[in-house]
Design a protein around this ligand. Structure first.
Ligand code: FRU
Length: 497
């Protein structure tokens, strides 16, 4: 911003931070519509100010996508968690709303999910005006501090005004703790004629069922011996996808921290069957949703009741290894691009393919074709479409300051090197080379999204994905390629704020 704008910007930032913690719920927040700080993502969702982690409670209702998120409105590091809130009509442009759910005497508000209780099974709305219901974890900091084991329980809040105001259920908690320290992140969905809750319980996923969202019955535990156990299990998600042959499969996402394939936080998933009670995996190979370092605690949802059949996904684009110390001040962290999930066949089993949702194409402002092995990107916000030749390749995206990221295929491996990507001294874990196995896959298409502090790489229409954050002092403005066909497509993108 120019100097003349600074006082306005200051007031706007002040209004946002004050508004965040004290605006009466239901009232629209004043926000700095430019969000123009260094590193501020221009077309990824980020909070108006202060700390954010996991996306929560993704739900589509009456033409609006609701995004809630783990939020601490009083600081730019993790602390007493609230549910921040934003809505979107198109998954691209977001409007920030006041905080939806704030801590109370039962504890801080950790991650969870939201459902439309269409039949008013909970009785929290009326048959004519059934409620949206949020199911989240209460984290009692006093109990935790005192060394108790049972400080995480599950609670409920509901809204009967299109998600604008949220009331806590007076009978909270709805699921007490049996004496296990890690007992959190309820993901609830309607399966058959019951509600099923998937809950992360230390090193397993525990399933519960309910007819009314208020009373929960234990069903089963999922804990195969061959899964990844390098860290605590968090943020489960249970849903279906259809195979290319038209068969329905059940998918279970489990985020783990640490223990990811490239260090720190990551999400493993299982493909199999859920019989209403028990989940079984049909393969005993660990599968990872994203081989980049920065896609964690993601959630899926669909746009029922107006379903277009898509299973949508959004993740937190950071990693607990350094999330609290990344070099931003007014806000911390962003979400991945929203993606649509599909199943593709791989040998005896299935893989998840994640692709940016088609709505994102409306960000394309202009398109150009680039020739040859070295050219200028000419846009700070860009989408690149590149076609490698068969065999090994190398793609370098860099700037005048010598900062760069390097994506390379060597044999059966893909690597992403961000060791010289820009500012990186804030954490030893950050400046690293990340590796992804190709398992025999030939790479024929790369789609790369550049925002102010992220690079997302979609290989072969999302059959392999790397989501990575970076902090270059200047945008990456030059591309250098080896092992590519001649014509490259570059789209300049517009910002959303
Ligand atoms: C995952 C997580 C969740 C928890 C939340 C707390 O990133 O640790 O398990 O509910 O963050 O903010």
């Amino acid at each position: 911003p120019t100097n003349a704008f600074l006082p306005v910007l200051f007031l706007a930032v002040l209004a946002v931070s004050v508004g965040c913690s004290s605006a009466p719920s239901g009232e629209k927040l004043e926000q700095d519509s430019r969000f123009d700080e260094p590193f501020r993502p221009q077309y990824h969702f980020s909070p108006p100010s202060q700390w954010m982690n996991d996306p929560n409670g993704m739900v589509y209702f009456e033409g609006e996508y609701h995004l809630f998120y783990q939020h601490y409105p009083d600081s730019n590091v993790w602390g007493p968690m609230h549910w921040g809130h934003a809505i979107s009509e198109d998954l691209v442009h977001w409007e920030h709303l006041p905080i939806a759910i704030a801590p109370d005497s039962l504890g801080w508000i950790f991650s969870g999910s939201a459902v439309f209780d269409e039949t008013n099974s909970s009785g929290l709305g009326t048959p004519d005006n059934p409620p949206l219901v949020a199911i989240y974890t209460y984290h009692d900091p006093v109990g935790a501090e005192a060394g108790r084991e049972d400080f995480q329980t599950q609670g409920i809040a509901y809204s009967t005004d299109r998600g604008r105001n949220w009331t806590k259920y007076t009978g909270n908690p709805v699921l007490k703790n049996p004496g296990i320290r890690d007992f959190r992140d309820p993901k609830v969905s309607r399966i058959g004629d019951r509600w099923i809750m998937s809950l992360a319980v230390k090193d397993r996923i525990r399933f519960y069922s309910s007819g009314n969202l208020l009373d929960w019955t234990y069903e089963s535990d999922f804990q195969p011996e061959w899964a990844a156990y390098g860290g605590v299990w968090e943020c489960p998600d249970l849903f279906t996808l259809t195979t290319p042959e038209g068969e329905e499969k059940w998918i279970l996402f489990v985020s783990i921290n640490p223990g990811g394939p490239n260090g720190g936080s990551a999400t493993q998933y299982f493909v199999g069957d859920f019989d209403g009670t028990t989940f079984t995996s049909e393969s005993d190979q660990v599968k990872w949703l994203d081989y980049g370092a920065d896609n964690y605690a993601g959630v899926t949802w669909s746009n029922v009741p107006e379903s277009d059949g898509r299973r949508l996904f959004i993740g937190w684009m950071s990693n607990w290894a350094y999330a609290n110390v990344v070099p931003t001040e007014n806000w911390r962290s962003a979400n991945t691009l929203p993606r649509a999930l599909q199943l593709i066949r791989e040998g005896e089993t299935y893989l998840i393919r994640s692709r940016p949702v088609a709505e994102l194409e409306k960000l394309r402002k202009s398109a150009s074709t680039k020739e040859g092995d070295s050219w200028d990107i000419e846009a700070e916000l860009a989408e690149l479409l590149l076609f490698p030749e068969a065999g090994d390749f190398r793609l370098e995206l860099g700037n005048q300051a010598g900062e760069k990221v390097l994506l390379a295929k060597k044999g059966d491996q893909l690597t992403f090197d961000r060791s010289q990507s820009g500012i990186s001294g804030f954490s030893e874990a950050f400046p690293a080379l990340h590796t992804a196995p190709l398992n025999g896959m030939e790479v024929n298409e790369l789609r790369v999204f550049l925002d102010r502090s992220s690079v997302e790489v979609f290989v072969n229409q999302g059959a392999l994905v790397l989501s990575e954050i970076v902090f270059p002092e200047q945008p990456y403005s030059q591309a250098r390629l080896t092992g590519f066909k001649r014509n490259h497509r570059v789209y300049e993108l517009t910002g959303i704020w």
